[in-house]
Design a protein around this ligand. Sequence first.
Ligand code: ADP
Length: 175
Amino acid sequence: MSRAIYPGSFDPITNGHASILKSGLVAFDEIVVAVLDNERKRPLFSVNERIEMIRETVKEIGADPKRIEVDSFGGLLVDYCRRKQVRVVLRGLRAVADFEYELQMANMNRHLNEEIETVFIMANDAYFYVASNLVKEARRLGGDVSGLVPEAVARRLDERFGPRVSDESAPSSDG
Ligand code: ADP
């Protein structure tokens, strides 16, 4: 059975991540979505919240939950791969800007453990410019990010940041 680990911050998961996950399921029997537990990145959402949103997203996209494990890890990715006994790391590639960083990471991981292979899937062009950080910033400033994130994430962002400016000024249904 083919398995891959899809690691990332997922703070929060976006439709871009979700599309990589869907494509990944074409290539692999099972995918472990591994949330990086790294406080140094000053995440907006806790690891548990990020895991919950990923699980809800798996339901939303209609993927088979038996084929997707959602987990978290700290420390080196290659050590996590060894613990899970998985040799393939799945990453998504967006614009050229991702390329250099991803190449560095893949090479570093290969240096640390030459048995680990990194596989890239091209981003869906609809989500080429979608990044968790941009989504958070846009929503924080009151922008509409629906369509870029799963419903479960949009709800959490609403809880976190309150109503959007345009929502507040919209006439309420009871006049
Ligand atoms: P990290 O902090 O490790 O970069 P992210 O959660 O930002 O974690 O991203 C995890 C992976 O998903 C990375 O390989 C990244 O390139 C990919 N990714 C992020 N956003 C998109 C997107 N919109 N389309 C395709 N891949 C994406």
